[in-house]
Design a binder for this molecule. Structure first.
Ligand SMILES: C[S@@+](CC[C@H](N)C(=O)[O-])C[C@H]1O[C@@H](n2cnc3c(N)ncnc32)[C@H](O)[C@@H]1O
Length: 157
């Protein structure tokens, strides 16, 4: 079946109603199954293991919709459940890492395709993040510390 949706940071697929939705390709840079003493379960089983900083193994302009939900923590113990479940960004390099993620997400999007970005601002405020990327969201919504932003792939016409 043709895949139209790319979840480039699938993790445990918590946000999906159907965790095996056949429209989607689920990507993460790791494979991991762990049941933590805290009761949290980490179950990361991507269809494709790929690291967006190294380039994802997909053709340009192949997806209608890209979901980008990167780690948002720069300060967290490597063994904390938050870091294990959601990953962690490098505190010095995070702007470059996030920028590469947007570039890679936009590369694989079809013209005028949609990129949905999720961000928790507990450690890095949204304006600081937006300063690092050459894309502007069309609109978004915030609930508590979590932002949902919608971008469109713009093309010269
Ligand atoms: C916030 S979690 C995603 C949670 C997921 N959306 C869910 O619904 O459960 C971020 C995920 O991005 C992955 N990740 C971090 N850096 C990555 C990279 N450079 N390339 C691909 N995946 C990465 C982490 O392994 C982690 O599983």
């Amino acid at each position: 079946m043709t895949k139209h949706v790319l979840d480039m940071t699938a993790g445990s697929r918590m946000m999906w109603f159907d965790k095996n939705n056949s429209l989607a390709t689920f990507v993460d840079k790791r494979v991991q199954h762990e049941e933590l003493r805290s009761g949290h379960v980490i179950d990361v089983q991507p269809d494709v293991v790929a690291d967006w900083t190294l380039g994802m193994p997909f053709e340009d302009e192949s997806y209608h919709l890209v979901l980008f939900d990167p780690p948002h923590l720069i300060h967290a113990g490597d063994n904390s459940w938050l870091a294990k479940k959601y990953g962690k960004l490098d505190k010095d390099n995070w702007p470059e890492i996030i920028k590469l993620g947007f570039h890679e997400g936009m590369r694989v999007l079809k013209p005028h395709g949609t990129l949905v970005f999720k961000w928790n601002d507990s450690q890095i405020p949204l304006p600081e993040l937006l300063k690092q990327i050459p894309y502007e969201p069309l609109f978004g919504q915030k609930r508590q510390k979590t932002h949902w932003l919608v971008f469109m792939k713009e093309v010269d016409e």
